[in-house]
Design a protein around this ligand. Structure first.
Ligand SMILES: Nc1nc2c(ncn2[C@@H]2O[C@H](COP(=O)(O)OP(=O)(O)O)[C@@H](O)[C@H]2O)c(=O)[nH]1
Ligand SMILES: [Mg+2]
Length: 329
Protein backbone atom coordinates (compact mmCIF):
# COMPACT_ATOMS: atom_id res chain seq x y z
CA UNK A 1 0.00 0.00 0.00
CA UNK A 2 1.21 3.48 -0.81
CA UNK A 3 0.27 5.89 1.96
CA UNK A 4 -2.08 8.70 0.90
CA UNK A 5 -0.92 11.09 3.60
CA UNK A 6 1.89 13.30 2.20
CA UNK A 7 4.06 13.00 5.34
CA UNK A 8 3.88 9.22 5.26
CA UNK A 9 4.42 9.30 1.51
CA UNK A 10 7.59 11.35 1.95
CA UNK A 11 8.85 9.01 4.67
CA UNK A 12 8.14 5.99 2.46
CA UNK A 13 10.03 7.60 -0.45
CA UNK A 14 12.97 8.35 1.85
CA UNK A 15 12.91 4.70 2.85
CA UNK A 16 13.32 3.63 -0.77
CA UNK A 17 9.71 3.04 -1.79
CA UNK A 18 9.73 3.72 -5.53
CA UNK A 19 5.97 3.90 -5.88
CA UNK A 20 5.85 6.55 -3.17
CA UNK A 21 8.61 8.43 -4.99
CA UNK A 22 6.70 8.19 -8.27
CA UNK A 23 3.57 9.47 -6.59
CA UNK A 24 5.39 12.49 -5.14
CA UNK A 25 6.78 13.31 -8.57
CA UNK A 26 3.26 13.14 -9.98
CA UNK A 27 2.15 15.57 -7.30
CA UNK A 28 5.07 17.86 -8.21
CA UNK A 29 4.11 17.63 -11.86
CA UNK A 30 0.47 18.49 -11.11
CA UNK A 31 1.39 21.03 -8.45
CA UNK A 32 -1.00 19.62 -5.90
CA UNK A 33 -0.93 20.50 -2.19
CA UNK A 34 0.57 17.05 -1.53
CA UNK A 35 3.69 18.16 -3.41
CA UNK A 36 4.16 21.08 -1.06
CA UNK A 37 3.64 18.91 1.99
CA UNK A 38 6.12 16.31 0.74
CA UNK A 39 8.70 18.92 -0.28
CA UNK A 40 8.60 20.48 3.17
CA UNK A 41 9.89 17.15 4.49
CA UNK A 42 12.19 16.25 1.61
CA UNK A 43 13.91 19.57 0.93
CA UNK A 44 16.03 19.56 4.11
CA UNK A 45 17.30 16.09 3.13
CA UNK A 46 18.39 17.29 -0.32
CA UNK A 47 21.46 19.25 -1.33
CA UNK A 48 23.95 16.44 -1.77
CA UNK A 49 23.32 15.35 -5.35
CA UNK A 50 25.07 16.67 -8.42
CA UNK A 51 22.31 18.10 -10.61
CA UNK A 52 23.28 17.91 -14.26
CA UNK A 53 21.22 19.42 -17.07
CA UNK A 54 21.45 17.69 -20.45
CA UNK A 55 20.17 19.97 -23.17
CA UNK A 56 20.52 20.46 -26.89
CA UNK A 57 18.49 20.20 -30.06
CA UNK A 58 16.20 17.21 -30.67
CA UNK A 59 18.09 14.35 -32.26
CA UNK A 60 21.50 15.41 -30.97
CA UNK A 61 21.55 12.28 -28.81
CA UNK A 62 20.56 13.50 -25.34
CA UNK A 63 18.58 10.39 -24.41
CA UNK A 64 21.29 8.11 -25.74
CA UNK A 65 23.93 10.03 -23.82
CA UNK A 66 21.82 9.88 -20.66
CA UNK A 67 21.79 6.08 -21.01
CA UNK A 68 25.56 6.05 -21.44
CA UNK A 69 26.01 8.28 -18.40
CA UNK A 70 23.74 6.00 -16.35
CA UNK A 71 25.82 2.96 -17.35
CA UNK A 72 29.01 4.74 -16.41
CA UNK A 73 27.69 6.05 -13.10
CA UNK A 74 26.30 2.64 -12.14
CA UNK A 75 29.71 1.08 -12.72
CA UNK A 76 31.05 3.62 -10.26
CA UNK A 77 28.34 2.58 -7.79
CA UNK A 78 26.39 5.81 -7.98
CA UNK A 79 22.61 6.02 -7.82
CA UNK A 80 21.15 7.93 -10.76
CA UNK A 81 17.84 9.73 -11.09
CA UNK A 82 16.69 11.06 -14.44
CA UNK A 83 13.94 13.55 -15.12
CA UNK A 84 13.08 14.17 -18.76
CA UNK A 85 11.26 17.49 -18.73
CA UNK A 86 8.89 18.56 -21.45
CA UNK A 87 7.09 21.89 -21.74
CA UNK A 88 3.68 20.24 -22.12
CA UNK A 89 2.19 16.81 -21.59
CA UNK A 90 4.44 14.35 -23.44
CA UNK A 91 1.66 11.93 -24.26
CA UNK A 92 3.09 10.87 -27.57
CA UNK A 93 6.46 11.42 -29.14
CA UNK A 94 9.69 9.53 -29.54
CA UNK A 95 11.29 10.99 -26.48
CA UNK A 96 8.87 9.41 -24.06
CA UNK A 97 8.97 6.15 -25.96
CA UNK A 98 12.76 6.20 -25.63
CA UNK A 99 12.40 6.74 -21.91
CA UNK A 100 10.17 3.70 -21.61
CA UNK A 101 12.70 1.55 -23.38
CA UNK A 102 15.44 2.81 -21.14
CA UNK A 103 13.29 2.37 -18.09
CA UNK A 104 12.85 -1.29 -18.94
CA UNK A 105 16.58 -1.85 -19.23
CA UNK A 106 17.00 -0.59 -15.66
CA UNK A 107 13.76 -2.09 -14.38
CA UNK A 108 15.46 -4.32 -11.81
CA UNK A 109 17.96 -1.71 -10.66
CA UNK A 110 16.80 0.13 -7.53
CA UNK A 111 19.62 2.65 -7.98
CA UNK A 112 18.20 4.03 -11.21
CA UNK A 113 14.99 6.02 -11.41
CA UNK A 114 13.80 7.50 -14.72
CA UNK A 115 10.80 9.69 -15.09
CA UNK A 116 9.24 11.89 -17.79
CA UNK A 117 7.47 15.00 -16.59
CA UNK A 118 5.50 17.85 -18.06
CA UNK A 119 5.44 21.31 -16.59
CA UNK A 120 1.86 22.23 -17.38
CA UNK A 121 0.95 25.86 -17.55
CA UNK A 122 3.40 26.94 -14.93
CA UNK A 123 3.99 30.67 -14.87
CA UNK A 124 7.68 30.22 -14.13
CA UNK A 125 8.13 27.76 -16.98
CA UNK A 126 9.94 24.49 -16.47
CA UNK A 127 12.41 25.63 -13.85
CA UNK A 128 10.20 25.28 -10.73
CA UNK A 129 9.03 21.79 -11.68
CA UNK A 130 12.55 20.69 -12.61
CA UNK A 131 14.01 22.10 -9.42
CA UNK A 132 11.37 20.44 -7.25
CA UNK A 133 11.70 17.08 -9.00
CA UNK A 134 15.49 17.21 -8.67
CA UNK A 135 15.17 17.99 -4.94
CA UNK A 136 12.88 14.99 -4.46
CA UNK A 137 15.33 12.61 -6.16
CA UNK A 138 18.25 14.20 -4.34
CA UNK A 139 16.54 13.72 -0.97
CA UNK A 140 15.79 10.10 -1.83
CA UNK A 141 19.49 9.34 -2.21
CA UNK A 142 20.12 9.65 -5.93
CA UNK A 143 23.54 11.25 -5.95
CA UNK A 144 23.56 12.02 -9.64
CA UNK A 145 20.39 13.65 -10.98
CA UNK A 146 20.12 14.22 -14.72
CA UNK A 147 17.63 16.71 -16.10
CA UNK A 148 17.08 16.00 -19.78
CA UNK A 149 15.15 18.50 -21.85
CA UNK A 150 12.61 17.26 -24.34
CA UNK A 151 11.36 20.55 -25.73
CA UNK A 152 13.27 23.13 -27.64
CA UNK A 153 14.19 26.75 -27.28
CA UNK A 154 13.44 28.54 -24.05
CA UNK A 155 12.60 25.34 -22.16
CA UNK A 156 16.22 24.26 -22.42
CA UNK A 157 17.42 27.45 -20.82
CA UNK A 158 14.86 27.05 -18.05
CA UNK A 159 15.98 23.53 -17.27
CA UNK A 160 19.55 24.75 -17.15
CA UNK A 161 18.55 27.10 -14.36
CA UNK A 162 17.69 24.06 -12.22
CA UNK A 163 21.09 22.35 -12.70
CA UNK A 164 24.48 22.71 -11.02
CA UNK A 165 26.22 21.84 -14.27
CA UNK A 166 24.67 22.28 -17.69
CA UNK A 167 25.80 20.11 -20.58
CA UNK A 168 24.82 21.37 -24.01
CA UNK A 169 24.84 18.79 -26.78
CA UNK A 170 25.62 19.47 -30.37
CA UNK A 171 25.92 17.01 -33.21
CA UNK A 172 28.01 17.37 -36.34
CA UNK A 173 26.31 18.03 -39.68
CA UNK A 174 23.45 19.84 -37.96
CA UNK A 175 24.30 22.89 -40.02
CA UNK A 176 21.98 25.69 -39.10
CA UNK A 177 21.49 24.27 -35.65
CA UNK A 178 24.97 25.44 -34.74
CA UNK A 179 23.72 28.95 -35.31
CA UNK A 180 20.69 28.38 -33.12
CA UNK A 181 22.89 27.03 -30.38
CA UNK A 182 25.30 29.89 -30.75
CA UNK A 183 22.47 32.32 -30.24
CA UNK A 184 21.13 31.06 -26.96
CA UNK A 185 22.07 27.67 -25.64
CA UNK A 186 25.82 28.10 -25.53
CA UNK A 187 25.19 30.94 -23.11
CA UNK A 188 24.07 28.47 -20.48
CA UNK A 189 26.65 25.75 -21.21
CA UNK A 190 29.16 24.73 -18.57
CA UNK A 191 30.29 21.83 -20.75
CA UNK A 192 29.70 21.52 -24.49
CA UNK A 193 29.52 18.02 -25.94
CA UNK A 194 29.77 17.28 -29.63
CA UNK A 195 28.00 13.93 -29.77
CA UNK A 196 27.99 11.47 -32.70
CA UNK A 197 31.76 11.49 -32.64
CA UNK A 198 31.62 8.55 -35.07
CA UNK A 199 30.21 10.84 -37.76
CA UNK A 200 32.42 12.85 -40.08
CA UNK A 201 32.95 16.43 -39.02
CA UNK A 202 32.68 15.87 -35.27
CA UNK A 203 36.21 16.99 -34.51
CA UNK A 204 35.84 19.96 -36.85
CA UNK A 205 32.58 20.99 -35.14
CA UNK A 206 34.36 20.76 -31.79
CA UNK A 207 37.19 22.98 -33.04
CA UNK A 208 34.70 25.52 -34.37
CA UNK A 209 32.88 25.57 -31.06
CA UNK A 210 36.11 25.98 -29.11
CA UNK A 211 37.05 28.94 -31.30
CA UNK A 212 33.59 30.39 -30.82
CA UNK A 213 33.75 30.04 -27.05
CA UNK A 214 37.16 31.62 -26.49
CA UNK A 215 36.68 34.49 -24.10
CA UNK A 216 33.05 33.59 -23.41
CA UNK A 217 33.73 32.86 -19.76
CA UNK A 218 32.89 35.71 -17.48
CA UNK A 219 31.48 36.50 -14.13
CA UNK A 220 28.26 38.29 -14.77
CA UNK A 221 24.68 37.83 -15.68
CA UNK A 222 23.29 35.31 -18.05
CA UNK A 223 20.01 36.31 -19.48
CA UNK A 224 17.04 34.02 -19.08
CA UNK A 225 18.73 31.61 -16.73
CA UNK A 226 17.98 33.15 -13.36
CA UNK A 227 21.18 35.12 -13.71
CA UNK A 228 23.44 32.18 -13.19
CA UNK A 229 27.00 33.33 -13.52
CA UNK A 230 29.46 31.39 -15.62
CA UNK A 231 32.94 31.97 -14.32
CA UNK A 232 34.82 30.04 -17.00
CA UNK A 233 34.45 29.26 -20.65
CA UNK A 234 33.02 25.78 -21.16
CA UNK A 235 35.09 22.75 -22.05
CA UNK A 236 34.25 21.18 -25.40
CA UNK A 237 34.28 17.37 -25.53
CA UNK A 238 33.45 14.79 -28.20
CA UNK A 239 31.38 11.70 -27.35
CA UNK A 240 29.82 8.79 -29.18
CA UNK A 241 26.83 8.06 -26.99
CA UNK A 242 25.94 4.87 -28.86
CA UNK A 243 29.28 3.22 -27.98
CA UNK A 244 30.15 5.14 -24.82
CA UNK A 245 33.30 6.61 -26.33
CA UNK A 246 34.23 9.83 -24.59
CA UNK A 247 31.75 9.28 -21.76
CA UNK A 248 34.44 8.63 -19.09
CA UNK A 249 36.02 11.94 -20.13
CA UNK A 250 32.62 13.62 -19.80
CA UNK A 251 32.18 12.14 -16.31
CA UNK A 252 35.60 13.54 -15.38
CA UNK A 253 34.65 16.95 -16.77
CA UNK A 254 31.42 16.88 -14.76
CA UNK A 255 33.37 16.09 -11.60
CA UNK A 256 35.86 18.88 -12.34
CA UNK A 257 33.08 21.38 -12.90
CA UNK A 258 31.48 20.41 -9.65
CA UNK A 259 34.71 20.48 -7.66
CA UNK A 260 35.57 23.88 -9.07
CA UNK A 261 32.48 25.40 -7.50
CA UNK A 262 32.10 26.90 -4.07
CA UNK A 263 30.09 24.72 -1.71
CA UNK A 264 26.63 25.27 -0.32
CA UNK A 265 25.29 28.80 -0.21
CA UNK A 266 28.62 30.20 -1.45
CA UNK A 267 27.77 28.79 -4.87
CA UNK A 268 26.03 31.59 -6.80
CA UNK A 269 24.17 28.99 -8.88
CA UNK A 270 22.63 27.51 -5.76
CA UNK A 271 21.81 30.92 -4.37
CA UNK A 272 20.15 31.93 -7.63
CA UNK A 273 18.16 28.70 -7.63
CA UNK A 274 17.09 29.18 -4.02
CA UNK A 275 16.03 32.75 -4.76
CA UNK A 276 14.10 31.68 -7.87
CA UNK A 277 12.18 29.11 -5.86
CA UNK A 278 11.30 31.49 -3.07
CA UNK A 279 10.26 34.26 -5.46
CA UNK A 280 8.13 31.86 -7.50
CA UNK A 281 6.30 30.62 -4.40
CA UNK A 282 5.93 34.12 -3.02
CA UNK A 283 4.53 35.34 -6.35
CA UNK A 284 2.04 32.48 -6.41
CA UNK A 285 0.97 33.22 -2.85
CA UNK A 286 0.55 36.94 -3.34
CA UNK A 287 -1.56 36.22 -6.39
CA UNK A 288 -3.61 33.62 -4.52
CA UNK A 289 -4.23 36.15 -1.71
CA UNK A 290 -5.35 38.81 -4.15
CA UNK A 291 -7.47 36.53 -6.27
CA UNK A 292 -9.08 34.68 -3.42
CA UNK A 293 -11.67 35.35 -0.75
CA UNK A 294 -12.61 38.85 0.27
CA UNK A 295 -10.01 40.57 -1.91
CA UNK A 296 -11.09 39.22 -5.27
CA UNK A 297 -13.66 41.95 -5.94
CA UNK A 298 -11.16 44.73 -5.19
CA UNK A 299 -8.53 43.03 -7.36
CA UNK A 300 -10.90 42.70 -10.26
CA UNK A 301 -12.02 46.31 -9.95
CA UNK A 302 -8.42 47.53 -9.97
CA UNK A 303 -7.56 45.42 -13.03
CA UNK A 304 -10.66 46.83 -14.74
CA UNK A 305 -9.41 50.33 -14.14
CA UNK A 306 -6.11 49.41 -15.78
CA UNK A 307 -7.96 47.93 -18.77
CA UNK A 308 -9.88 51.19 -19.09
CA UNK A 309 -6.64 53.19 -18.80
CA UNK A 310 -7.98 55.05 -15.81
CA UNK A 311 -5.15 53.59 -13.73
CA UNK A 312 -1.62 52.62 -14.74
CA UNK A 313 -0.42 49.09 -13.88
CA UNK A 314 2.17 50.42 -11.41
CA UNK A 315 -0.47 52.33 -9.52
CA UNK A 316 -2.58 49.17 -9.58
CA UNK A 317 0.27 47.15 -8.04
CA UNK A 318 0.71 49.83 -5.35
CA UNK A 319 -2.94 49.69 -4.49
CA UNK A 320 -3.11 45.89 -4.40
CA UNK A 321 0.02 45.63 -2.25
CA UNK A 322 -1.55 48.14 0.10
CA UNK A 323 -4.62 45.92 0.49
CA UNK A 324 -2.30 43.07 1.49
CA UNK A 325 -0.56 45.23 4.12
CA UNK A 326 -3.76 46.32 5.74
CA UNK A 327 -5.12 42.81 5.55
CA UNK A 328 -8.02 44.72 4.12
CA UNK A 329 -10.95 44.21 1.88
N1 LIG B 1 25.86 7.64 -35.06
C1 LIG B 1 25.44 8.01 -33.87
N2 LIG B 1 24.12 8.12 -33.62
C2 LIG B 1 23.73 8.51 -32.39
C3 LIG B 1 24.66 8.83 -31.37
N3 LIG B 1 23.96 9.19 -30.28
C4 LIG B 1 22.66 9.11 -30.60
N4 LIG B 1 22.51 8.68 -31.87
C5 LIG B 1 21.26 8.46 -32.59
O1 LIG B 1 20.63 9.69 -32.83
C6 LIG B 1 19.22 9.55 -32.75
C7 LIG B 1 18.63 10.54 -31.75
O2 LIG B 1 19.07 10.18 -30.46
P1 LIG B 1 18.31 10.58 -29.14
O3 LIG B 1 19.15 10.13 -28.01
O4 LIG B 1 16.90 10.11 -29.16
O5 LIG B 1 18.33 12.18 -29.27
P2 LIG B 1 17.57 13.28 -28.39
O6 LIG B 1 16.38 13.70 -29.18
O7 LIG B 1 18.54 14.40 -28.26
O8 LIG B 1 17.23 12.67 -27.08
C8 LIG B 1 18.96 8.10 -32.40
O9 LIG B 1 18.67 7.40 -33.57
C9 LIG B 1 20.26 7.65 -31.79
O10 LIG B 1 20.49 6.28 -31.93
C10 LIG B 1 26.05 8.70 -31.66
O11 LIG B 1 26.92 8.96 -30.85
N5 LIG B 1 26.38 8.31 -32.92
MG1 LIG C 1 15.50 12.54 -25.92
Amino acid sequence: MIPADPDALAQAALGGDRRALARILTAVENRTPAAEAALRILYPKAGRAHLVGITGPPGSGKSTLVSAIIANAREAGRAVGVVAVAPSSPITGGALLGDRVRMQSYAGDSSVFIRSMAARGHAGGLAPTSTAAAAVLDACGFDLVLLETVGTGQSEVEVAAAADTTVVLEAPEMGDEVQAIKAGLLEVADIVVVNKGDRPGAQRTASQLRAMLVGSGRVGRREGSNDRPRPKEPEVLVTTATTGDGVPELMAALARHRQGRPSGADDPTRRARAAAQVWAILGDRVRAELEGGSRVATTEAVIREVAEHRLDPFGAADRLLATLRTGGQ
